[in-house]
Design a protein around this ligand. Sequence first.
Ligand SMILES: C[S@@+](CC[C@H](N)C(=O)[O-])C[C@H]1O[C@@H](n2cnc3c(N)ncnc32)[C@H](O)[C@@H]1O
Ligand code: SF4
Length: 388
Amino acid sequence: MCNGNPEQPLALYIHWPFCLSKCPYCDFNSHVRENIDEAHWRAALLTELDSTAREMPGRTITSIFFGGGTPSLMNPATVAALLDRTAKHWKLAPDAEITLEANPTSVEQARLADIRAAGVNRVSLGVQALNDQALKFLGRGHSAAEALAAVDTAARLFDRFSFDLIYGRPEQTVDCWSAELRRALTWSADHISVYQLTLEAGTPFHALWRQGRLTPLEEDAAAALYEVTQEILEAAGMPAYEVSNHAMPGGESRHNLTYWRYGDYAGIGPGAHGRLTLDGRRIGTQRVRSPDAWLRQIDETGDGMESREPLDPGAQLDEAMLMGLRLAEGIPETRLRGIAGRGFDDAFDPARLSALIEGGFLDREGGWLRATPAGRTRLNAVIAHLMA
Ligand SMILES: C[S@@+](CC[C@H](N)C(=O)[O-])C[C@H]1O[C@@H](n2cnc3c(N)ncnc32)[C@H](O)[C@@H]1O
Ligand code: SF4
């Protein structure tokens, strides 16, 4: 039996893999089902929560995130049951952030009060766009008016809320996008996620692109949209604290910061992964991805684990860099030393590190290494060069 370090705070992710319809750009682990036996699903998630808690008792939970899929389709009683059980197993930090991703349809809007009553204190709304034509293109099941109504309800019910927008849609101009973003800034959210549309392999959008029936924005046009996004959100006091995430000071997602700062998190539900410190060792966990196979395995064994691997210091170093350089704050040298006993000058080739600093892609100051704005727009290439 392994035991976690009780001193180490823990973030908890709970995955709900169902949606009302599948958006044509989305490659998340999300599925459309006619019928869901929610009592069965609730029992299975509770079982996995119990087995996770047995493995690492005594931790303090600093955040919980219900992600998906569309967790706003969960019965609020299921959300309440999972939160109650979490509080029985562990200590909940007094300021624990408890977020649930919600789609802004009218059905889900009507549930927000019950979701609040269940104990959720922050919602993240998938608004995506502010006009009906764009929402139709994105295959969304809600109108702009419904999204606005959901935003109003979220602002009334929750002290903190966030919303997602997708930009870089075909033919989107800087003027149209600026107007859309400025309108969204009149809402009282303390956090915005702005994602550039990506054509993920295996999605209908990717297939349309391959057939020449969907033309993505040219690189220059996409770069112009990115620039104006940064300008508008910075001027509004919501600078990027991560590649795609902007917040008022203090409005940052504490849950996601745990991922990016390479802290400990447990994942429950199909496909969820975790990074845990157990008996002084760092472990990577991965749950079975297919919802049906996950449920079957829980029924048969009481656990939906697919793999559970110790991570050697080299693998941890790679992951910590990939995560940490996404953040505007960057990564402290102390984190690298804690993981691999090496500082920046030992962990990387000094010539490559200096070249990236001199090229204006990385910045090193006060024991921190961070990507500059230019570096963050081509982060994968910067990291590949640094870690080669
Ligand atoms: C799990 S979904 C959010 C929850 C909810 N199901 C929804 O769609 O509103 C996470 C977010 O990722 C973004 N996203 C997903 N696929 C994307 C893609 N191919 N390009 C850009 N953004 C994407 C969307 O903004 C979406 O809200
Ligand atoms: S974007 Fe959200 S609603 Fe659409 S398929 Fe993906 S998870 Fe489901």
